[in-house]
Design a binder for this molecule. Structure first.
Ligand code: PXP
Length: 263
């Protein structure tokens, strides 16, 4: 039987900070959430320092780096200001994301084809500092090929369009988006990239995507923080972990189906 690498779970704690900031105080603390998530089985912690600081703040990033025992994935826009903070924080990884102030969440992937001149020096400076760079992109062949040319070691495939279609019950659109993700993961892996995925995942979509063997990490936040209100964050992490493990064990069957066009 073929064995595949285990799938890592990165827990995004942004929305613990959203709740805290609603009262402009200190609680709930995203660092405490990170420690609980790690205790329950998270392999890493993700946080997005947005330019408008709407959730995670600078001192949250510094405290996360100082206090957690697992890798910190620092999401940020490709700006000089963010680069300076990231180089001072020295997280395990930086995930470069597109950012528009008026958006509710990170709505699309980074346009690495259109912005390769801007991104190339960013990626080089982070690579030189020993920080693993991940580019958050759509599963589009041109974007994936450019990410490899830019010498980013990792891409994170934006799963938002697929997850939205699943939640909206739009089966045909969901299938199209799903096939794009499966093909993108295979293309990225064959180009030597490590493949992550995230945005909008819940227990069901995480279980399904865990069956894509090229994917090494999922980053999940909003759904889990919402579920945590009802069952606690530790329980939510354990349930997500179990869903991912179930999906991973179906890997060979899934593979056969998708390669024959029946997934
Ligand atoms: N990955 C990236 C790059 C993101 O920007 C986000 C959202 O901050 C996530 C994963 C997590 O998405 P969600 O909160 O919808 O699970």
């Amino acid at each position: 039987m073929v064995t595949h690498p285990p799938l890592r779970l990165g827990v995004n704690v942004d929305h613990v900070a959203t709740l805290r900031n609603a009262r402009a105080g200190e609680r709930p603390d995203p660092v405490r959430a990170a420690l609980v998530a790690i205790d329950a089985g998270a392999d890493g912690i993700t946080a997005h320092l947005r330019e408008d600081r709407r959730h995670i703040r600078d001192d949250d990033m510094a405290r996360l780096k100082a206090e957690i025992s697992r890798p910190l994935n620092f999401e940020m826009a490709a700006t000089e200001d963010m680069l300076r903070i990231a180089l001072a924080t020295k997280p395990h990884a930086v995930c470069l994301v597109p950012e528009r102030r008026e958006e509710l969440t990170t709505e699309g992937g980074l346009d690495v084809v259109g912005q390769h001149n801007l991104l190339a020096p960013f990626i080089a400076r982070l690579n030189d500092a020993g920080v693993r760079v991940s580019l958050f992109i759509a599963a589009d062949p041109a974007q994936i090929e450019m990410a490899a040319r830019l010498r980013a070691p990792v891409i994170e495939i934006h799963t938002g369009a697929w997850c939205d279609a699943v939640v909206d019950g739009q089966a045909a659109r969901a299938e199209t988006e799903w096939q794009r993700i499966v093909a993108g993961a295979a293309l990225g892996r064959s180009a030597g990239l490590e493949i992550h995925a995230g945005h909008g995942l819940d227990y069901a979509t995480a279980e399904q995507i865990a069956g894509v063997p090229e994917i090494a990490e999922l980053n999940i936040g909003y759904y889990m923080i919402g579920e945590a209100l009802f069952v606690g964050l530790g329980e939510t992490v354990r349930t997500m972990r179990a869903a991912m493990d179930r999906g991973r064990t179906k890997i060979d069957r899934h593979n056969l189906q998708s390669r024959s066009g029946r997934a």
